[in-house]
Structure formats: structure tokens, C-alpha cells
Design a protein around this ligand. Sequence first.
Ligand code: SF4
Ligand code: SF4
Ligand code: FES
Length: 255
Amino acid sequence: MSTATDRKVIVRIKRQDGPEKPSRWETFHVPWRPNMNIISCLQWIAANPTTAEGKSTTPPVWDSGCLEEVCGACTMIINGRVRQSCSALVDKVSPDGEPITLEPMTKFPLIRDLWVDRSRLFNDLKRVKAWIPVDGTYDLGAGPPIPQELNDERYPLSRCISCGCCLEACPQYTPTNKFVGAAVISQARLFNDHPIGQALKSERLAALQGEGGVHECGKAGNCVQVCPKQIPLLESIAAIQRQMTVFQIKKFFTG
Ligand code: SF4
Ligand code: SF4
Ligand code: FES
């Protein structure tokens, strides 16, 4: 009978040395410890880069920052589901000791192994001016009061960690098209609904009406299923589509 000390976690990692290199699978046997997460498995493997077959290999590469599901950097596909590896506990992911598979997200360019480049998401946030325009050179005093009802509506949207899970799951978001995806649309809503942020509302909507804009969403809702922060993305998409209709009617009459 195996004891806690000799129990091994079987981790299968999709390895790729660079964007143009071939991929391969490697399996590792990681000593089990209570409450370990996927990142702790990766850390052990990086310190002991020998496969289950005894072959020496390079330490796997991944991204991470906060280690508490806040930065989104450690997002990868774990047993076929996109999620953060820092909050994925081994005993939950593999309750009966089944092998755990780790793959990089597929919609962003691969850098190496489990590490991808999420720049497109941040560039798209810039494209829709996902911020509140303030002059930071002097003390502006208190901002305008925001009704509690609006605060309650906006708060869930502010929980986005730019992880990219919603983009990975979205059939309309591909590595080569320009669709901005649910996270960016939802952030546009967050800032459009802010009393100061709405100064840029028409610019945000203009950015969202062209190629890659909100009309490219097929509304299947895969994004909502995988969002780790339970952001009401379909509500955001519907809200932006309503704002877009008003924007386009106004534009039609004002030129
Ligand atoms: S509703 Fe579907 S098509 Fe639209 S952003 Fe979400 S996953 Fe993509
Ligand atoms: S909306 Fe959700 S899934 Fe999409 S980037 Fe933000 S936190 Fe991640
Ligand atoms: S390391 Fe920041 S979300 Fe996992």
C-alpha cells in the first residue's frame, strides 16, 4: 500500500522549445504533498527535470506572478480545461491519482512550453481605451458620486484578471482574426458606465463597431462557462450591443 510519502503525482506536459519547434509530451512523477497546486508540481519538475522514464530534459517554462488568481499569468489548459494553475489543487484536479495533463493556451502565440504571449489582449484593451481619463498632474479632489445600484452592476466587471480563459473558450476568437473577445467588451462596458469614463464612450464604441468588434460575437456563452471570476459576460455583450445601436442611430443623424 502506498503511503503519503511515496505517492506520486503523474504530470504530463506538452513541451515545445519555441514557436517554430515541434511539440512533444513528457511525463513526470512528482512527490505528492498535502495541498499542493499545479505550480508547486511545476516548481518541483523545474528543480528535478528528469522524466518518468529517467531521461534528462530541460526545466519546463511557464508564466506566473501573484500565485493567488489575481494576475492571470499562470493560465493554461489543465486536463482539457482552461484555468489558472496557481489555484488548481492537485487533489481536486486528480482526486484518484489520474495523470494530470498540462498544455499551453492555444489562441495566444506560444513562447515556450506552457508560456504564451497575452499581448493581444492588452493591446485590445488599449484599442477600446479601457481606462478612466484623468489628469494625474494635480489633485482633482473626490470623483463624482456613483449610485450604489451602478456600483453593484460595475463591481463584478472590475474583477477581470485578463487571464484569457474567455478567449480560449470562444469559437469566434482565433489566433489570426481581430475579434476582441468577451473580456475586452466587458471592460468597455465597465468604463462606459463610469461617470468620468463615459467621456470616451463614443471612442470605445467606434473601436467596437469595426472589424473584430462586438457584432462578431456568436453569443454561445462559452466565455461565461470558463471565467474564473464569474463575470456576467453575456450581459456585458448585450449591454454594449444596446449602446452600439444608440451610438449608430445618433451617428446616422449627426454624421
Ligand atoms: S458569447 Fe460566445 S462568441 Fe461571444 S464572446 Fe462569449 S464565447 Fe465568444
Ligand atoms: S472576463 Fe473572465 S475569463 Fe475573461 S479575461 Fe476576464 S477574468 Fe479571465
Ligand atoms: S499566478 Fe497570478 S493568477 Fe496564477
